[in-house]
Design a binder for this molecule. Structure first.
Ligand code: ADP
Ligand code: TYD
Length: 223
């Protein structure tokens, strides 16, 4: 049964994961691919509980890790049922890699260890392509502030700095299990890369990775 190609975006809050997941999905659709765009947390029941907790607390990472894992499994199962084995590209803003970066961050209460995140996400899809958008914390913070969206946690400047550090380790760690890791620079020396330019760069790199995996798939099925 054909499995969807699973492309995930990761980055600290305000890095642009939502924006660029949507733009990539649009571009791939225009090229004729079947594309499903998913966002985590979902708009379903468990996603709603998560959003409530993120807004009102308690900000307990152990509980959040379980809820995020459950939300993700529900989302992926309903997608599998809907796709019925049709080949498709699933573009997601965030994945269990966010749990590795956020729920293990020592700055937050009841942080968990990475091994436990792996265990509770054992049955979640493994990304085929990971796009990590690296943005300097001050830029991300300004973006969040300009949208009036600075929640106490995890969107303080100190938390954004800690999360970027956490991602540095996480990206290294997951490159052992994720076949394609695309590290994209969203800003440099306090200057952000314009959305259009970044989006084009991401599309070109993701497309090259998709074509490569299609080629590998064709070779594998010839064997
Ligand atoms: N490359 C970019 N340059 C300028 N602004 C950007 C860029 N990428 C995203 N933004 C803006 O930054 C804000 C945060 O983006 P968003 O996609 O919601 O981030 P995230 O989902 O990672 O928290 C949005 O207002 C978006 O328009
Ligand atoms: C998927 C996931 C997200 N998160 C966090 C990242 C964000 O702070 C928040 C998602 O809220 P959301 O408002 O959707 O933020 P964004 O637009 O940045 O994705 O949840 C986790 O802590 N663990 C996870 O497993």
């Amino acid at each position: 049964m054909a499995r969807p190609v699973y492309v995930v975006f990761e980055g600290i809050d305000g890095a642009g994961t939502t924006t660029h997941a949507r733009l990539l999905a649009e571009k791939l659709r225009l090229l004729g691919y079947c594309v499903e765009l998913v966002e985590e947390p979902s708009k379903d029941v468990v996603g709603g509980v998560i959003r409530h907790m993120l807004r009102h607390g308690p900000f307990h990472q152990d509980v959040l890790a379980l809820l995020f894992a459950a939300d993700r499994l529900l989302l992926q199962r309903s997608l599998e049922e809907r796709l019925q084995g049709r080949s498709c590209i699933v573009v997601s803003d965030r994945s269990w890699i966010s749990s590795l970066a956020y729920q293990t961050c020592e700055l937050f209460p009841y942080a968990v260890d990475a091994d436990w995140v792996y265990i509770v996400n054992k049955y979640a899809w493994r990304p085929d392509i990971l796009v990590y958008i690296d943005v300097e914390p001050l830029i991300a913070f300004r973006r969040l502030a300009s949208r009036g969206r600075v929640r106490e946690l995890p969107e303080t400047l100190a938390a954004l700095r800690a999360l970027r550090e956490s991602y540095r380790h996480v990206i290294q760690r997951v490159s052992r299990v994720v076949p394609v890791v695309l590290w994209v620079e969203g800003s440099r020396n306090g200057v952000e890369k314009p959305i259009d330019k970044l989006s084009r760069e991401i599309a070109v790199r993701v497309l090259a990775a998709i074509k490569y995996s299609e080629h590998r798939g064709a070779l594998d099925s010839d064997e």
